[in-house]
Design a protein around this ligand. Structure first.
Ligand code: ADP
Ligand code: MG
Length: 951
């Protein structure tokens, strides 16, 4: 069964412009001329054109076959001399003589014979160039090498000659030719490089692709290998690169399969696409073509060039290879045998061409008997040892020469460009249409709007005109009725007018008559008028009187009714009062009786009281006598005091300790020793104090305070002493200040130069400073500053003790701390340390403890912040340095003060800097008082900085 397509024999040469081969099989050759078979149906939609006559040659469509003789190689030379050559070429007549032996020789004619000296260039120009030119014009082409292994197929077709251009084979030259002839702007060239081995198509440019299927288009008959890589070529360097890759892959594949390249077919497919315009060649087109494509349609010419390096044509046992033998032999033979069979069938014009028997024949379907221009080069060696292979090769070539192809031009519309163009046009039209639609829409909208507006205005107009018509009609009616009324009125008026004119006439007559009567009546009327007026007046008077009478009578009536009512009430209340009076009479009698008895008893009491009064009077007299006696006693005592004071002036220090009482407030600190020391004097003086109090009661505070300003120093000193003593008593402290005692004392302190005055006054101030409300007054009056001033001027320990005591008392008031510091109180307090006297230092320690304790409390309550006011004046440093130097009670005060300072975190740095940690540790362990130890521990435990210092 015929397969159709390319392998169908060309039966009608005349009809298809393919005349019989030149020479009709050639004289003396065994070839014979065969009439070409029927033409393959033209594929659609591609358009076919008959091939141009190639230089007027009439056999342009026959498969052209050349023979190439390889030069002798070393093997040939080793096996014999020139005589051994079985081939003789006759290039001038394009003939080849094959000597079977010395007496038998056959001659064959070919399209070209190439001797062993033929250059690669010439071989290309004769064998391939016409095919390549045809391909460039848009026809398919095939160039193929057939021959025994080692005869130069690969050399002829596939030699790269990268370094030596003269060595380049057909593949390189063909691509070089195409690249130089095409336009890169409009044309494209691409290649696929394949190997066919054991009936499997493998991609030499992408070796992972094996078993690539061969696809035939049922409509066009086109054969393609869509699985194969198609690489577009830009230049010759790229060509070399790709062919080298192909060569390497072919070698690698053969090594892997344990075979040689000689047993595989290498197929290079060059795809060429060139653009052309149908207009240019309009004249050469048939009417049918005009109907298919419009005049300015962009067209492309698509053509394909196959360059095939076939496997060795020798029999397997000759090739000397081993392994895979049977399988290989079967398949290699299959493809080549199949090719041979197809050629035979075509040559013999057989109705059945077995194209589908092998993959090679399917791929080459178009090359023999198809639409391709085909050129075959058969390669032979000179050695007679391979006579039979050479002979069979020559016979193959001879048969191939009989195959006639009908070459066709394939043009296709460039649908890509066409599509793009159409798309552009469609886009333009669409956008134009949209624009128009939009325009129409907006116009329509505007018209609609206008229409609606006019409709609305029309409606309005109609309405207003209707209303106007109605109004006009109404007006018309009204006017008509008005006219009617007016007419009626007019008529009536006319009638009246007539009537009136008649009446006027009558009246005129009457008037004349009346005129005469009037004159008569005028005098009468006057008299009448006067009389009437008088009567009227009288009438008026009478009326008025009547009115008054009426008024009077009505008010009298009212009054009478009121009186009647009152009378009624009075009668009833008189009855009530009568009954009450009777009751009261009864009560009165009773009360009178009671009172009489009381008066009696009172009289008795009064007489008792009178006698009592007499007794009391007697008592009073005796008391007055007693008072007189006490007065005398007091004067005696005063004298006694003066004497005593004078006598005890040496022991004054001790005396003042008691007399001025300020130490008494010191929480029992400091005076125990003194008490035991001066017990007797104290007893005596406490008696004196009682006496002084008595005197003070008698003399009065203002008089005593007045004595403070006495010119007499003695009197002044005594007065100060009296005041100091009085100030020692709680009950007097506020009163002394209220009555100006403090002012007087401070003025004495400021003005006096006397040490005793200083000492006693300071004591008095110290006593007054025990009272909380006095402390503020003392400060406000500059007491602290004065005390500090005194402390700086004296070295007398007793004076200093008094001053220190006074300041210590002030230290106990946290509200005054800042002022105390600013007035130099703290500095003065610490300054008195210089005296070194235990009592003074005891007071200083007490003051500091008072201060620290109160300050700590204020800070812990959050009323104040910052470091202690004591630190700046050096108190902390002194405490750390001297805490262990003094008596136990003083130490306790210092320790307590220090522990209070340690509670304030803002003092941390100063405490650490002054070496206070050690002191704090000591106190926490050694202090005799529990509360102080606990305070020290608390400070140490709660302050991380202290803890770090300890570590
Ligand atoms: P084939 O492909 O047919 O098996 P090759 O092309 O591989 O044979 O040729 C075999 C050897 O002979 C190579 O070394 C090649 O270079 C050399 N050869 C073949 N033909 C020619 C020639 N015409 N001129 C020079 N050397 C040739
Ligand atoms: Mg080869």
């Amino acid at each position: 069964m015929a397969t159709g397509g390319g392998w169908a024999p060309a039966r009608s040469v005349e009809r298809h412009g393919a005349p019989p081969p030149r020479g009709g099989g050639g004289g003396g050759t065994r070839s014979k001329s065969v009439a070409p078979g029927p033409r393959r149906p033209s594929p659609s939609p591609a358009r076919s054109r008959p091939a141009p006559d190639n230089g007027g040659s009439s056999d342009s469509c026959r498969v052209r076959v050349s023979v190439r003789l390889r030069p002798k190689n070393s093997e040939d030379l080793a096996h014999g001399s020139d005589f051994d050559s079985c081939v003789e070429l006759q290039p001038e007549s394009k003939r080849l003589k094959l000597k079977k032996n010395n007496w038998s020789c056959e001659s064959y004619k070919f399209d070209e014979v190439f001797s062993e000296n033929a250059s690669q260039k010439r071989v290309y120009e004769v064998v391939a160039k016409p095919v390549v030119e045809s391909v460039l014009e848009g026809y398919n082409g095939t160039v193929m090498a057939y021959g025994q292994t080692g005869t130069g197929k690969t050399y002829t077709v596939g030699q790269l000659g990268k370094d030596d251009p003269s060595e380049r084979g057909i593949m390189v030259r063909a691509l070089e030719h195409i690249l130089s002839s095409m336009s890169f702007e409009t044309d494209r060239v691409a290649i696929s490089y394949l190997q066919l081995y054991l009936e499997s198509v493998q991609d030499l440019l992408a070796p992972e692709k094996t078993n690539i299927p061969i696809v035939e288009d049922a409509k066009t008959g086109d054969v393609s290998l869509p699985g194969a890589a198609v690489v577009e070529i830009k230049d010759l360097e790229h060509v070399f690169h790709l062919l080298q890759i192909g060569e390497a892959n072919r070698h690698a594949a053969n090594t892997k399969m344990n075979t040689e390249s000689s047993r595989s077919h290498a197929i290079l497919i060059i795809h060429l696409q060139r653009s052309s315009r149908i207009k240019e060649e309009n004249s050469s087109l048939s009417n049918d073509t005009h109907n298919i494509f419009p005049d300015d349609l962009p067209l492309v010419l698509k053509s394909k060039l196959l360059i095939v390096d076939l496997a060795g044509s020798e029999r397997i046992d000759k090739s000397g290879s081993e392994g895979h033998m049977i399988e290989e032999a079967k398949f290699i033979n299959l493809s080549l045998t199949s090719l041979g069979k197809c050629i035979n069938a075509l040559a013999e014009n057989s109705p059945h061409i077995p194209t589908r028997d092998s993959k090679l024949t399917r791929i080459l379907r178009d090359s023999f008997g198809g639409t391709s221009r085909t050129s075959l080069v058969v390669t032979i060696g000179p050695s007679s040892r391979h006579y039979s292979e050479t002979s069979s090769t020559i016979m193959f070539g001879q048969r191939a020469m009989k195959v006639v192809n009908t070459i066709k031009l394939k043009e296709e519309a460039d649908y890509e460009i066409l599509y793009k163009k159409m798309e552009r046009e469609v886009d333009q039209l669409t956008s134009e249409m949209e624009r128009q639609q939009k325009l129409i829409k907006s116009e329509k909208m505007q018209l609609d709007k206008k229409f609606k507006e006019s409709e609305r205005s029309f409606h309005d107009l109609r309405m207003t005109s209707n209303i106007r018509i109605e109004n006009l009609e109404k007006e018309k009616c009204q006017l008509e009725s008005t006219v009617k009324t007016l007419m009626r009125d007019l008529e009536e008026e006319k009638g009246q007018k007539n009537l009136l004119s008649e009446q006027i006439a009558e009246l005129e007559k009457l008037l004349n008559k009346n005129k005469q009567q009037q004159l008569e009546n005028l005098s009468r009327t006057k008299i009448l008028t006067d009389t009437t007026k008088e009567h009227e007046k009288e009438m008026e008077e009478l009326l008025r009187q009547l009115q008054e009478e009426r008024h009077c009578s009505s008010s009298l009536k009212d009054r009478m009714s009121v009186l009647q009512q009152e009378l009624c009430d009075a009668q009833s209340s008189a009855q009530l009062q009568e009954s009450m009076a009777r009751e009261l009479e009864k009560k009165l009698t009773k009360v009178t009786e009671e009172l009489t008895s009381q008066v009696q008893s009172l009289k008795e009491k009064i007489s008792g009281l009178i006698s009592e009064k007499e007794v009391i009077y007697e008592e009073l007299k005796s008391t007055q006598e007693k008072v007189q006696q006490e007065m005398w006693q007091r004067q005696g005592l005063e004298d006694q005091i003066r004497r005593l004071e004078r006598s005890t002036s040496d022991n004054y220090a001790e005396e003042s300790k008691t007399s001025y009482g300020m130490v008494r407030s010191g929480s029992g600190l400091g005076n125990a020793a003194f008490v035991s020391k001066s017990g007797k004097i104290r007893e005596a003086l406490s008696g004196q104090r009682g006496t002084i109090s008595k005197i003070f009661e008698e003399v009065g505070l203002p008089n005593v305070l007045a004595l403070l300003k006495s010119e007499d120093l003695d009197v002044q000193i005594h007065a100060v002493k009296v005041v100091a003593n009085l100030a020692a008593e709680d009950i007097n402290q506020e009163r002394i200040v209220e009555e100006g005692g403090l002012d007087a004392l401070l003025s004495v302190l400021e003005t006096s130069e006397n040490t005793t005055i200083h000492r006693v006054t300071a004591g008095a101030v110290a006593n007054l400073a025990m009272n909380g409300s006095n402390q503020g007054v003392i400060m406000n009056k500059g007491g602290a500053r004065l005390l500090a001033n005194v402390s700086s001027k004296t070295e007398d320990p007793q004076t200093l003790r008094m001053v220190a005591g006074a300041i210590a008392n002030l230290c106990g008031n946290e509200k005054l701390h800042l002022m105390l510091k600013q007035d130099g109180g703290i500095k003065a307090l610490l300054g008195m340390v210089r005296s070194g006297h235990a009592d003074v230092i005891a007071q200083i320690a007490r003051g500091i403890a008072n201060f620290a304790k109160c300050e700590s409390r204020v800070i812990s309550q959050g009323h104040r912040k910052g470091r202690s006011l004591l630190i700046e004046d050096g108190v902390l440093t002194w405490m750390v340095a001297n805490s262990t130097r003094f008596s136990a009670s003083t130490r306790r005060h210092i320790e307590l003060a220090f522990c209070h300072l340690a509670q304030n975190e803002d003092n941390t740095c100063d405490i650490i800097a002054s070496g206070g940690i050690k002191e704090l540790l000591r106190i926490s362990r050694e202090s005799p008082r529990d509360d102080t130890r606990n305070l020290a521990k608390k400070a140490l435990d709660s302050n991380p900085a202290f803890l770090r210092e300890i570590q």
